[in-house]
Design a protein around this ligand. Sequence first.
Ligand code: FES
Length: 156
Amino acid sequence: MHDQMARIQSHIESHQHMAGALMPLLHAIQDDLSYIPEECYGLIAKALNLSVAEVHGVVTFYHHFRTRPPGRHVLQVCRAESCQAMGCGALESHVKSSLGIDYHETTSDGSITLEPVYCLGNCACSPAIMLDDEIYGRVSPQQVESLLASARRDNP
Ligand code: FES
């Protein structure tokens, strides 16, 4: 945690004099640490002259920001319009019951975190998912199942 706070402090220092620093700073912290630890809200608030409640409000408002460390792999299921029309509801029910978790949760073995996303820019190939940095289109429940199985095998 000491090392994390030092990294956060350096992001704060490089952002704090920018106009509208909060969003770019939060993105920089999450890009670096994969989440935004609650312990840093006070530091951010002080540096940007905001209240801790304001920082907390922004972090929790945007689905993109995580407040806890993710699992070793992150599966994002697109829930935006085109994917909805092409059956992402059935896909997400399947994934949730197969993993035994809801959105924003991580499997008990720490391997997969499940997140909703609102358009991956792959609407022509709906329904779409993203596993780590890879986007997949026209995904069936069986395909997602086999992608998850191989992700878990890669990193037991
Ligand atoms: S609506 Fe799902 S990729 Fe655009």
